[in-house]
Design a protein around this ligand. Structure first.
Ligand code: SF4
Ligand code: F3S
Length: 413
């Protein structure tokens, strides 16, 4: 038997075990009652004119996005149907509410948006009718009644200066720090949605007067970061589905971002990548190159330094994404992007940048493009070489010295 066929055999075995684990997990969830009575997923979809065929197509696409083989698609579909079996508590800290607004303010909801309505939101400040004392009581009840059994989603950075008093919520003026710590202590798994909850966001931009931080810096529990300003609804829903499917958190990079969605650079997946490799650049917004769809690196695109799957998942019901719309990526899913990516419409040139992979990344190539030191052909070769280096790093475990690894918590049933 060759080494390759041995490897194939092991992979098949691993997938069979993974599928068996998902089936057991889904069977267990299926025995639970929905957290709240309501229409089934099929009924909800039918109300919005989405038929079963669309749903199956969505589950195939989501399965592929999660880097699972196609035979997992029925399991993904089942996991979506069981999303209402686990309660969700969604907290808002210091932020603009743009992440959740981007999911709910749509005139043509996608399946991901509809699933967002289908999950059992036990507490959500943007969507609930309650306020003041009643809202605070609702949160207390949700944390108490579902202790050890809910998923926690946090949106927004958490101010920590002056004992956290730059952000107090409710009639008892609990600080964001207190609320997050209390909520995380009883959660099955915790997700930070958006760049503010993940890394502090604009609140944490220099000089950061409130000392705003990302959630993982103020709680002890593992946090899955879904950064972006806003993040794609698929990245968020996929991470929830992964938890429903396997009862564990997905593999993450050194910034605790799921690898299935943040494993490649925007640059690696960009439709203008061929232009970059060919040395065809927009020199100024509105020039002939802009009309021809040339690469936006010289007008500030930070795609070479940014890990995200925007060109695949897109925004606004999957219609477009920043580069397609004609503006460079501003690196919104990277830590401290307000500071480290500025100025947003100029190339980084020779300013070094710490990427998710031990400070290496596209700098070595892209900087030289900015400085005009390489010919177009050399740029292409260099870019592919860097890409290979980055790809090579994916098979390594996250740098133990450089970032925290999120361990999968055990679910209590
Ligand atoms: Fe695309 Fe930006 Fe990379 Fe150019 S620099 S190929 S526009 S991601
Ligand atoms: Fe953000 Fe860049 Fe995507 S700006 S939305 S990570 S293309």
């Amino acid at each position: 038997m060759t080494a390759n066929s041995q490897q194939d055999g092991k992979s098949r075995q691993r997938l069979t075990l993974l599928a068996a684990r998902a089936r057991r997990r889904l069977a267990e969830l299926g025995r639970r009652q929905p957290v709240r009575p309501g229409p089934t997923l099929n009924e909800s979809l039918a109300q919005h004119g989405i038929n079963r065929r669309d749903f199956i197509k969505w589950s195939v696409a989501m399965t592929a996005a999660l880097s699972l083989p196609a035979k997992f698609a029925p399991l993904t579909a089942k996991a979506a149907e069981l999303l209402n079996r686990i309660p969700v508590v969604w907290l808002h800290m210091a932020e603009c509410t743009g992440c959740v607004e981007s999911f709910i303010r749509t005139d043509a909801p996608t399946l991901d948006t509809l699933l967002f309505n289908y999950i059992s939101l036990e507490y959500h400040e943007t969507l609930m009718a309650a306020s003041g004392w009643q809202a605070e009581e609702n949160l207390e009840n949700a944390l108490k009644n579902h202790h050890g059994n809910y998923l926690l989603i946090v949106e927004g950075g958490i101010p920590t200066a002056a004992g956290g008093t730059f952000l107090t919520i409710g009639p008892h003026a609990h600080t964001g720090i207190e609320i997050c710590r209390k909520a995380a202590a009883g959660a099955l798994a915790t997700f930070a949605i958006g760049s503010c909850a993940s890394f502090g966001g604009v609140q944490a931009a220099y000089p950061n007067p409130t000392q705003a931080k990302g959630l993982s810096e103020i709680i002890r529990q593992p946090v899955i970061n879904i950064p972006g300003c806003p993040p794609s609804e698929k990245n968020m829903m996929g991470s929830l589905l992964h938890y429903i499917l396997f009862g564990s958190l997905p593999a993450v990079d050194r910034y605790n971002r799921p690898r299935w969605s943040y494993g490649l650079r925007v640059h690696d997946l960009c439709e203008r990548r061929g232009r970059f490799d060919a040395g065809e650049f927009v020199q100024r917004f509105g020039d002939e190159g802009a009309k021809l769809g040339y690469c936006l690196y010289k007008v500030g695109c930070k795609g070479p330094y940014t890990f995200n799957n925007c060109s695949r998942q897109k925004f606004n019901q999957g219609t477009s994404w920043p580069v397609q719309a004609g503006h460079g990526c501003i690196g919104c899913s990277e830590p401290d992007f307000w500071d480290v990516m500025a100025p947003l419409v100029e190339p980084r040139k020779d300013r070094l940048f710490r990427t998710a992979f031990r400070g290496r990344g596209a700098d070595a190539t892209a900087d030289k493009v900015g400085l005009g030191l390489l010919t177009a052909a050399a740029v292409g070769i260099g870019a592919h070489a860097v890409y290979s280096v980055v790809r090579g790093n994916f098979s390594n475990p996250p740098d133990p010295g450089g970032g925290k690894k999120a361990d999968a918590p055990k679910e209590k049933t």
